[in-house]
Design a protein around this ligand. Sequence first.
Ligand code: C5P
Length: 397
Amino acid sequence: MLANKTIVLGITGSIAAYKAADIASKLTQAGARVEVIMTEAATKFIAPLTLRSLTGQPVVTDMFEPAAEWSIEHIALAEAANVVVIAPATANVIAKLAAGISDDMLCCTVLATKAPVIVAPAMNVNMFENTITQENLAKLKARGFIIIDPAYGRLASGKMGLGRLAEVEEIIGTIKQVLGRSGDLAGKRIVVTAGGTQERIDPVRHIGNRSSGKMGYAVAEAARDRGAEVKLITAPTSLPEPAGIEVIHIETAVQMKEAVAKATPQADALIMAAAVADYQPKSVAKAKIKKETPSLTLELVRTPDILTEVKGNFLKVGFAAESEDVVANARQKLEKKQLDLIVANDITDSSSGFGTDTNKVTLISQDGNVESLPLLTKREVADRMLDKVVELLGKKP
Ligand code: C5P
């Protein structure tokens, strides 16, 4: 989705400027054309040559630099940009943008652009918390700028505080979300579930499964990148929270059902990629169970079947992890759970299913259409599935 997009990356004078090299590199690798504008102070922290080498593009540092391709017409970059990202953004540049000052190439470009502007502040905690900076940020927000809040952590001063540049993945996720606003899922609300639920036995133990959550997270990110407003209801996973997505953490099947019931009334589609436990302990021990007896019997009872029980006028998509008669079993589930689409995968294939980065699935829809996909990354599977979701949403009255 970043291919052929022009991203203007503004870098200002913060110690976090070195992280901008990573952002530039990752965006370039993803196929974007990255045009870097550095303030003079930024060049004291990181060399323009680094950015030039990573992006393969000239780096603008001086408005009056005759050699710079873009400086001839100072608003050319403003017009070429699909999005402008300032990371890191100092208190100084934030103040200048809020006041409409345009005394350097970066501020000129931001003032002249019609593209969305993302600002990722990084500074000393006191500078960040200062009312002046907060007022400036509020002003930018009110003008439609997207602010990626800094994180708490160790600052250049050695102190702990709020002011660290947000994680690179969060910045890139936000860029994708902003660029995806006009995608084919723009305006659609999609609820995605992910991960394996954990059914408590006692305060320290649970029954779980091997789901990594990767498939559900890939679906949530793909939907975000196509413009959807995404709610991700997730069981515990080791995955980082994706940017631009409302993430709701739950543990058990019952909690997932409650979260789904709360999120779906406004939804256009529910995509259940979670591996929901089929059974839960009949009762949860209040204290840790001691190993006093040679054997222990746990009585299990059925969990609610979320997909079957949740009702509403939204598209329902299920996943079916099968180890035999994959398509036939998935078809049965499609009927039984009254789904619009089911994604069936053969979990006996080692490159497919639980924990892997790839998946080999068959998409079966209510209208009888069966599409077997080759082995793809989970992100590719997510996009192929969403192609189908877009088609089915289009047909829905
Ligand atoms: O019946 P089975 O668990 O194989 O169905 C898989 C699909 O049903 C998945 O989409 C899963 O998220 C969903 N499911 C559910 N509630 C359950 C069990 C599974 O919604 N209790």
